[in-house]
Design a binder for this molecule. Structure first.
Ligand code: CS2
Ligand code: MG
Length: 422
């Protein structure tokens, strides 16, 4: 396997002394190679550096400001090895707890410090976490089309690429744009305008249309392929229960984000009516967002992910709680989570005992060039590679050529104009 020179250099790392572990530099790098990314780079006195992702789609500069103005100045002179203490300092010390902006900022620092620690130990991060629990990481890809026929064809393309787990999204007749359907098939990027573009939504039409897609997929591709679907927070709990029930004959791997999860108890109603497996959590920022969902076994997969939920240090706690209840991980892995998050997540996935699946939306060639990485795809699985650290770097000179571009996620309204959940 060919790895980039930036990744190769990381095998050559000096031994750390007490003084050598001190943080001497911590800064934010913002770039837009295809889309915006916020990256934190932390360097020790010995010259070992680690990087972390702080990208929060459509709110990138808010996280960057939180890092620059409030967190990073505190790091200078601290021992880079004291990851837990730095996490507690950033979380408790702020007084204001939780929230996507703060937890993404903490996550970036945390991942950069785990990267440094694994490099100091001269180990791939998965080894430092406890060692591999499996040989490779099952991933799912994204197939989508404007019509059922187009989506079915796309699923076939993913099967041909070697995927055994595929998320299928399709346009709903009569609606101009549907969540999950993109112009570009391999690289889906929903943030498409400086000020949010408006889409229209109609749950009634969606609920009657979606089962037809999965019926056709099972007819054409049989029972072997794992099929997933994302409801993107659009339904009420009762509507979600209806969809789950109507999809039962097609044996989905999971049905995701069927209803907004601020009210964790709402999932009881869904659970009582359907055995379709439920996944939720890509917008969660802490364990408190999913504690009841987990303890009451109202979900099957937890999607809270490293970049938006406080880094490895915090997501490890979520995964451990989930393991007690036989709930498995299914980390968010859309293109707005940078390759740095993908690398860190893959090390976590290789280790975590209760692993379920990892989302894998491919990044554009520009993004991949700015973030050289050791992870590789083979026949529906990813492997994080064995480079010390998390195996992802940033080419800063190249990053500079892609300056930040203001972009936001769309919003959606019902057909009568009522604001709804995008
Ligand atoms: C998503 C994302 O990947 C997913 O499951 O729901 O596409 C999500 O819409 C974006 O990450 C938002 O930034
Ligand atoms: Mg989703």
């Amino acid at each position: 396997m060919k790895v980039s020179p930036l990744i190769e250099q990381q095998h050559d790392i000096p031994k750390a002394s007490a003084r050598g572990r001190e943080i001497v530099d911590a800064r934010v790098i913002i770039c837009s190679p295809g889309r915006n990314f916020v990256t934190v780079k932390i360097t020790t006195h010995d010259g070992i550096y680690g990087i972390g992702d702080a990208t929060l789609n459509g709110r990138e500069l808010a996280v960057a400001a939180y890092l620059n103005d409030h967190l990073l100045p505190n790091l200078i002179g601290r021992d880079a090895g004291r990851i837990e203490d730095i996490w507690q300092f950033a979380y408790r010390g702020a007084y204001w707890r939780r929230g996507s902006v703060k937890m993404s900022a903490i996550a970036a620092i945390d991942v950069a410090l785990w990267d440094i620690k694994a490099k100091m130990a001269n180990m791939p991060l998965y080894d430092l976490l406890g060692g591999a629990s499996r040989d490779k990481v099952l991933v799912y890809g994204h197939a989508n089309g404007n019509t059922i026929e187009e989506t079915v064809e796309e699923v076939g393309r993913y099967i041909d690429m070697g995927y055994s787990a595929i998320r299928a999204q399709t346009g709903v007749p009569g609606l101009k744009a549907s969540y999950g359907v993109s112009k570009d098939k391999l690289f889906y990027e929903p943030a498409d305008a400086e000020l949010p573009s408006e889409t229209v939504w109609n749950t009634h039409d969606y609920l009657t249309h979606i089962p037809k897609l999965f019926e056709k997929l099972r007819q054409d591709y049989g029972d072997g392929v794992r099929l997933l679907h994302d409801g993107h927070h659009r339904m009420t709990p009762r509507e979600a229960a209806q969809l789950g029930k109507s999809l039962e004959p097609y044996n989905l791997f999971w049905l995701e984000d069927v209803t907004p999860a601020e009210d964790q108890d709402a999932f009881r109603l869904i659970r009582q009516h359907t055995t379709t497996p439920l996944a939720v959590g890509e917008i969660f920022s802490s364990i408190w967002d999913c504690k009841d969902l987990i303890e009451n076994q109202l979900i099957d997969y937890i999607r809270a992910t490293i970049v938006h939920a406080g880094g490895i240090t915090h997501v490890r706690r979520i995964a451990d709680l989930a393991a007690l209840y036989q709930i498995r991980t299914g980390f968010h892995g859309a293109t707005d989570l940078s390759p740095v998050t993908m690398g860190a997540a893959l090390h976590f996935d290789l280790w975590v005992p209760n692993f379920g699946i990892q989302e894998y939306m491919r990044h554009t060639p520009e993004t991949d060039a700015v973030f050289p990485h050791a992870y590789t795809f083979d026949q529906g699985y990813l492997h994080p590679g064995d480079t010390p650290g998390h195996g992802v770097d940033i080419d800063e000179a190249l990053a500079e050529k892609f300056p930040y571009k203001p972009m936001q996620l769309p919003v959606t309204r019902l057909t009568d104009g009522t604001m709804w959940n995008w």
